[in-house]
Ligand binder design. Structure first.
Ligand SMILES: CC(C)(COP(=O)(O)OP(=O)(O)OC[C@H]1O[C@@H](n2cnc3c(N)ncnc32)[C@H](O)[C@@H]1OP(=O)(O)O)[C@@H](O)C(=O)NCCC(=O)NCCS
Length: 322
């Protein structure tokens, strides 16, 4: 039988650059208290959010994704023509058809890449990161742009104060390329589809609803093992972790996970939720970008990532920061 040839690929993949876009409009908890029955004390103590960004009309999902993607490209030092795979993780496209990744790629001047949208809830960017790293390793792609972009304010039910104060907008992105050493660790991913209704847009509605306590329980009881396994598969331990950047869903969950993992004092913990709210697929790359911009994290740091959300889905991996 004729055998099918495979490309040789690369021993590993690595992050080459990160970029982000935060919408102009800043919405504080006091702003929200003018719109609905809530208050700063409740939001800060239960979720940890002080403010978030909501996109204005001209800040479309495509525009925000292009802005974040362009910054990641500039940071990577690559030219748009070097990229041949573009993944856009999002849960909040304006329409089901067409997917937005080809248009985002086109606006960035990336010629004819493989391009698709990916919906894995708030875990989307971590799923996409793994898919892109594997594509580079196997030779299906040379360099990839992986974007997480959301306009969740389009899907927020303003009558539901529990979710309305949490979800927000923004985009974060990374460029990945080949590497002699693996610098994106093996993914630990999975899903609990029996809980598919826990975060969903109910039938005949346009706004999201969330069974907050059920998701809180799930996140705090099931996901620490995912993080431990991600470190084990990458061959590292808690003491090696410089940066912990889990999905920014709730500050209490972030602190609890960090404590359970036994991360050392020196580990920098991403708390971007305080100023960005929950931006779903965008939250991990936004948090990483913020830490690199502020100097709290630096190039070469070992970061433990975790995405989790609607589906319910989860994905964790260890990466070296660009
Ligand atoms: C959503 C979440 C912050 C809600 O916090 P909670 O402590 O579970 O709050 P509850 O929904 O039980 O509500 C408690 C009370 O606060 C009230 N409340 C809810 N939202 C409020 C708001 N924005 N402002 C003031 N009060 C509010 C409720 O009405 C309820 O009042 P009651 O006790 O008089 O009935 C929390 O459950 C959570 O973070 N869950 C996990 C979310 C997550 O990880 N998602 C994953 C990815 S998207």
């Amino acid at each position: 039988m004729t055998s099918i040839q495979l490309p040789s690929g690369s021993p590993g993949a690595r992050l080459l650059g990160l970029g982000s876009y935060r919408p102009r409009r800043r919405v504080t908890n006091d702003d929200l208290a003018q719109m609905m029955d809530t208050n700063d004390e409740w939001i800060q103590s239960r979720v940890g959010i002080a403010e978030r960004r909501w996109a204005s009309e001209d800040e479309t999902l495509v525009e925000m994704s292009v802005a974040a993607g362009g910054k990641a490209l500039a940071a990577s030092g690559l030219d748009a023509t070097d990229v041949d795979l573009v993944l856009l993780a999002t849960t909040s496209p304006p329409k089901a058809i067409p997917g937005l990744a080809p248009r985002v790629a086109h606006q960035l001047g990336i010629p004819r890449p493989g391009a698709f949208d990916l919906n894995a809830g708030c875990a989307g960017w971590c799923y996409a990161l793994s898919a892109a790293a594997d594509a580079i390793r196997t030779g299906s792609a040379r360099n990839a742009l992986v974007i997480g972009g959301e306009r969740l304010s389009d899907y927020t039910n303003m009558q539901d104060r529990t979710t309305a104060v949490i979800f927000a907008d923004g985009a974060g992105a990374a460029v990945l390329g080949p590497s002699d050493q693996p610098m994106v660790g093996p993914v630990v991913w999975g899903s609990d589809g029996d809980l598919h209704e826990a975060i969903a847009i109910p039938a005949n509605e346009t706004g999201m609803s969330m069974a907050g306590q059920a998701v809180y329980r799930w996140a705090t009881t099931k996901l620490t093992d995912t993080l431990v396994e991600a470190m084990r598969r990458a061959g590292v331990g808690p003491d090696d972790i410089d940066v912990f950047a889990p999905h920014q869903a709730n500050l209490r969950i972030i602190e609890l996970m960090a404590k359970r993992l036994g991360l050392p004092e020196r580990t920098v913990i991403a708390r971007d939720i305080i100023r960005s709210g929950n931006t779903s697929s965008a939250s991990v790359p936004l948090a990483l970008s913020a830490l690199l911009e502020s100097g709290e994290a630096k190039s070469g740091d070992l970061a433990l990532l975790l995405g989790y959300g609607a589906g319910l889905t989860f994905a964790g991996q260890v990466v070296v920061l660009p």
